[in-house]
Design a protein around this ligand. Structure first.
Ligand code: SF4
Length: 143
């Protein structure tokens, strides 16, 4: 800054910083795109940042929780400490998600497993699971 070198003003994580810093700015947002992630909504109250992920149903609650944990982790890496909430409007249900050390460890283990799978020469053996029926990828997996 002292040498007039400014960060890329379009850098997606700067937008969250602006929302946090600017008291008069609209501090609740729907849909915010940060690099490769899309956060359904963000709410900032005083210094608390809460991000929300909206789901149609709580059937896949565990995977939704890991997805939100990943967003919280990415924000944390960018210097933004936030909490999360999973919202299931049709069921009038909401679940708080905090990136605890245990959840972060679980998340990093999953990321590591995904990286191993991506790097391997062949995919793991196929296995039908309950989600296959309505999965958009089922043509790739089972035809
Ligand atoms: S169809 Fe394929 S990608 Fe979809 S849940 Fe089943 S195994 Fe996973």
């Amino acid at each position: 800054m002292s040498r007039q070198i400014l960060p890329d003003q379009d850098h997606p994580f700067l937008e969250i910083g602006r929302l946090i810093d600017n008291d008069s700015y609209e501090r609740d947002r729907k849909k915010i795109e940060l690099e490769d992630i899309v956060i359904d909504l963000i709410k900032i109250k005083e210094d608390n940042v809460v991000i929300g992920e909206v789901k149609k149903s709580s059937r896949a609650e565990e995977s939704a929780k890991i997805q939100l944990a990943y967003y919280l982790y990415r924000l944390k890496e960018a210097g933004v400490i936030a909490n999360g909430v999973l919202l299931f409007p049709k069921e009038k249900k909401r679940i708080q998600v905090e990136l605890t050390p245990d959840l972060e460890t679980e998340l990093l283990k999953i990321i590591n497993e995904i990286e191993i799978t991506i790097k391997s020469d062949s995919p793991p053996p196929s296995k039908k699971i309950k989600y296959c029926t309505n999965c958009a990828y089922r043509e790739f997996c089972w035809s």
